[in-house]
Ligand binder design. Structure first.
Ligand code: BG6
Length: 485
């Protein structure tokens, strides 16, 4: 399959940090279709050769085994070329058109790894230059807007140039192997389905914590914050994957229809739930792995009076037959105690106790996304006393499935998976416009509530699990966060 893959923003951070290394891994694994060309587009004046050298020097920062050996890079580099373009100038698109016209391809992928403010212009100009042919696919990186109206405006402009089936909205969390395994676990096994409902599940927790701060992205983060950066997209996509009904088949629209129903069933906010079930925090100076780190307001590009949240914890419910009354807790933040992402499904206690269970513990299924990738099922067992008799007290035990160990080198990273899916035209792991709009519709009242709330975010010391109010919120329901158990 001959393809041209065009990276708008071809000299940008995402391209050399994530996209090129992912393509290189696919190339190394022999899964990148043959006869491909990767075209970087940027404002710098570079020849093809200079672009290759730039990517090569960036690859030197790739860790360990993933770094290409010189002869491997030389073969990969033959796929790379470069077109200089100022994306705001209509005349510049002719240069791209003539480069694309050099050869016949089956597909052309336009990957917009640029500032979102350029999305509309680029789509309009691609259409005006006749580059929106039926064989074109367009990939959009987040953030797609900063609220519902701006998201709809982008989707509208994209929709004028491309059909929905040509549009690949990336949420890299959907490319993580653990998320695909969540679908496999739920819809490829009969075991959990009967338990996957309000009768058996007490609460569900989604945790996505990072140790890193905002790094060099202070300016961007100031206008974004954790709710837009992580909750509107990644957290809600995970929530959909857990809560959706089994789709009628594995086609993209069957899956996306079910996810959309979950988003539509999320409980609407009220003034009461907005003030009691949403906690925002901002990190202050603290310690990460024994090293002192500055507070958010001291970071480069950040307003010293900033009220941008770097942490969010919230509680919601899904108003349908399967989930009515089951709290779903979402928690995400920067500069937290550790970097981890997992989903904890906490089951209800036994209806009638004849053994002594460890206090406060319940059966639970933990879906680990990172750094570990696997499943843990927490159960109770009867330990034997020294005299060979059970003493009636149960001990916690767990079944531990480590997917990295089991599948090892067959595993592919999120961007590698998603890029291969774009090249194959598989939309299953991409977000449809109506899903995205529904997610914005749900987070928007929170943004509005914060605008009118002069209290601002609650401080938490870097290296901790966030403001204590987040623990108090969940404790009011009689539960606690996974690490407090
Ligand atoms: C991105 C956010 O979407 O996800 C970043 O913009 C965040 O702020 C990142 O750090 C986290 O991704 P991962 O895969 O490292 O958990």
């Amino acid at each position: 399959m001959a393809f041209d893959l065009v990276f708008f923003g071809g000299t940008g951070d995402l391209v050399w940090r994530k996209l090129m290394p992912a393509l290189f891994q696919a190339f190394r694994h022999g899964t990148l279709p043959d006869a491909g060309r990767i075209i970087g587009v940027g404002r710098d004046d570079l020849s093809d050769e200079q672009y290759r050298q730039q990517i090569q020097s960036r690859f030197e920062q790739v860790e360990g085994d993933k770094r290409p050996k010189p002869e491997e890079f030389a073969r990969f580099a033959s796929l790379l070329c470069y077109v200089r373009m100022d994306l705001s100038q209509p005349a510049a698109y002719a240069a791209l058109a003539s480069r694309l016209a050099e050869r016949e391809t089956d597909h052309v992928v336009m990957y917009l790894s640029t500032a979102p403010s350029l999305f509309t212009t680029v789509c309009e100009q691609l259409a005006a230059s006749g580059l929106n042919t039926p064989k074109t696919r367009i990939v959009l990186e987040k953030p797609l807007g900063h609220d519902l109206a701006s998201n709809r405006a982008i989707n509208h402009a994209v929709g004028l140039a491309f059909k929905e089936q040509q549009v690949f909205r990336i949420d890299h969390y959907l490319g993580k192997p653990a998320v695909q395994n969540l679908f496999a676990m739920r819809f490829g096994n009969a075991l959990f389905e009967p338990l996957w409902r309000r009768e058996h599940i007490a609460n569900i927790q989604i945790t996505m914590s990072e140790e890193l701060g905002v790094e060099k992205r202070g300016g961007f983060y100031e206008t974004t914050g954790a709710l837009r950066d992580m909750v509107q997209n990644h957290a809600l996509q995970l929530l959909c994957a857990i809560a959706m009904e089994p789709p009628i088949n594995a086609h993209a629209d069957a899956i996306r229809d079910e996810k959309l129903k979950v988003l539509r069933a999320l409980k609407r906010w009220t003034p009461e739930t907005l003030s009691q079930h949403v906690i925002r925090g901002q990190y202050s100076a603290g310690n990460i792995e024994g090293k002192a780190v500055p507070g958010y307001r001291e970071e480069r590009g950040v307003d010293p009076q900033s009220s941008t949240e770097t942490f969010v914890a919230l509680r919601t419910e899904i108003a349908n037959w399967r989930w009515a009354g089951v709290p779903f807790y979402i928690r995400t933040g920067k500069r937290m105690a550790s970097r981890e992402a997992h989903i904890d499904i906490n089951f209800r206690p036994t209806p009638h106790e004849i053994f002594k269970s460890p206090v406060g513990q319940v059966n639970k299924l933990v879906i680990h996304l990172q750094p570990k990738d696997g499943l843990e099922l927490h159960l109770f067992a009867q330990g034997q006393s020294k005299r060979g008799q059970g003493n009636g007290t149960l001990s916690p035990v767990h079944l531990d499935l480590d997917f990295d160990k089991r599948f090892g080198s067959e595993r592919v990273g999120a961007y590698e998976r998603l890029l291969l899916d774009v090249l194959d035209g598989r939309l299953n792991l991409f977000v449809r416009s109506d899903e995205q709009e529904e997610a914005w519709r749900w987070v928007e009242p929170i943004l509005q509530h914060w605008q009118g709330d002069t209290n601002g975010p609650r401080p938490y010391a870097a290296g901790t699990w966030g403001p204590s109010a987040a623990s108090a919120m969940i404790a009011r329901d009689g539960f606690c966060w996974s690490e407090e158990n």
